[in-house]
Design a protein. Structure first.
Length: 366
């Protein structure tokens, strides 16, 4: 036996031994998750306990990222731990998560990124349906898009929060890459119609003008719906995530056609429970003010005075009167933090209404 072959066999034996140890530890971790479920059920026999704790998951991810010395990147390590935690959580309580469908949308991908593959995903036709599904307790959580780095805020998502009692439980940031795809047998020169979501068409505007200026651009409710629709339609193409080519048996004509390479979409996880402090949190609120000089200054001044960093501020029409507006504000910190409590108290003195949409862990950056 050659020296190289002997070394290879030794390495394979080492890998087999490590795999056996990993399997043992995975099952030990799964048993711990079941023990946690038993403790929660015994402590609250008459109340359904909350098994999914976003703040706890965020702390676990940050801990393993801090410990990681490679060669696996933090991104790959968190992907592995996400699936492990998802499988363990499914042993405690299989989660139902509603998202803007059909299968293959970016919201579907964001759902899998946040919850792993062991949840029961429920595709919805509209964002309104996602909110209703969670409010009616037919789903534990929902995932909805809220803003894109190229096209800006998704107003319809914000408007849903005006009347909803749901809480924001988390956020997901997803790099967005768009692919032009056609059914097998369709030549790319024969494309007459291009289907996609309105936001996606906007994110690929310059590329489309350069390559398909004469093709009709048709907006649908989602990219996944666009991919599903063209499966049997001649002369049609769809712009959708790459995963849709496999799901709907399509052929990719061109990849990564977005106008900006740093194109990113932010999604919100919505649920019915408040989320505890994770240590690196963000809070979202809705504020309505008097329509008078200095109202916006009075609203923002407490953030400056208490040195709280704003991450976003958006204005939407109020439903209480004509030319009346409300402000959606995101900022760093948790509503239970002492400094944030002071900020909210100061805002409340001059505002007509302050509604806390939720405090939640900041999206992980690998």
């Amino acid at each position: 036996m050659s020296k190289e072959k002997s070394q290879l066999e030794e390495l394979r034996d080492r890998i087999d031994a490590l795999d056996e140890e990993i399997l043992k530890l995975l099952n030990e971790r799964a048993q711990c998750a079941l023990d946690v479920a038993d403790v929660k059920l015994k402590d609250s026999p008459n109340v359904t306990p909350v098994f999914y704790r976003p703040e706890r998951e965020a702390q676990v991810f940050r801990h393993v990222m801090d410990l990681n010395e490679g060669p696996l990147s933090n991104e790959k390590v968190t992907q592995v731990f996400r699936q492990v935690m998802s499988a363990c959580l499914a042993l405690e309580q299989p989660l139902k998560v509603a998202y803007l469908g059909p299968e293959g949308t970016f919201t579907h991908i964001a759902t899998r990124k946040n919850f792993g593959d062991s949840v029961v995903g429920l595709p919805m036709v509209t964002q309104d349906d996602v909110f209703r599904e969670v409010e009616s307790e037919s789903s534990n959580y929902g995932v909805v898009p809220v803003e894109n780095s190229t096209e800006g805020v998704i107003s319809h998502t914000l408007d849903n929060f005006l009347d909803s009692t749901l809480k924001i439980c988390g956020e997901v940031q997803l790099p967005v890459h768009h692919y032009l795809m056609v059914p097998d047998g369709t030549d790319d020169v024969d494309i007459e119609r291009i289907y996609s979501h309105q936001q996606t068409l906007g994110q690929c505007r310059r590329w489309l003008e350069a390559h398909y200026p004469r093709a009709a651009k048709i907006a649908l409710t989602s990219n996944g719906e666009a991919a599903r629709r063209i499966a049997d339609e001649k002369g049609a193409a769809a712009i959708a995530p790459e995963i849709c080519a496999d799901i709907y048996d399509l052929r990719v004509v061109s990849g990564k056609i977005e106008d900006r390479s740093d194109n990113t979409t932010r999604f919100l996880v919505i649920g019915r429970e408040d989320v505890g402090v994770s240590g690196k949190d963000k809070t979202s609120i809705i504020v309505s003010t008097q329509n008078q000089p200095g109202a916006l200054y009075k609203l923002l001044e407490p953030f400056h005075r208490h040195r709280v960093s704003l991450t976003s501020i958006e204005t939407r029409p109020s439903r209480t009167g004509v030319w009346s507006y409300v402000f959606f504000i995101d900022f760093e910190g948790h509503s239970n933090d002492a400094k944030i409590i002071e900020v909210l108290n100061d805002i409340d003195k001059d505002a007509l209404e302050v509604k806390i949409l939720g405090s939640y862990p900041r999206a992980l950056t690998n």
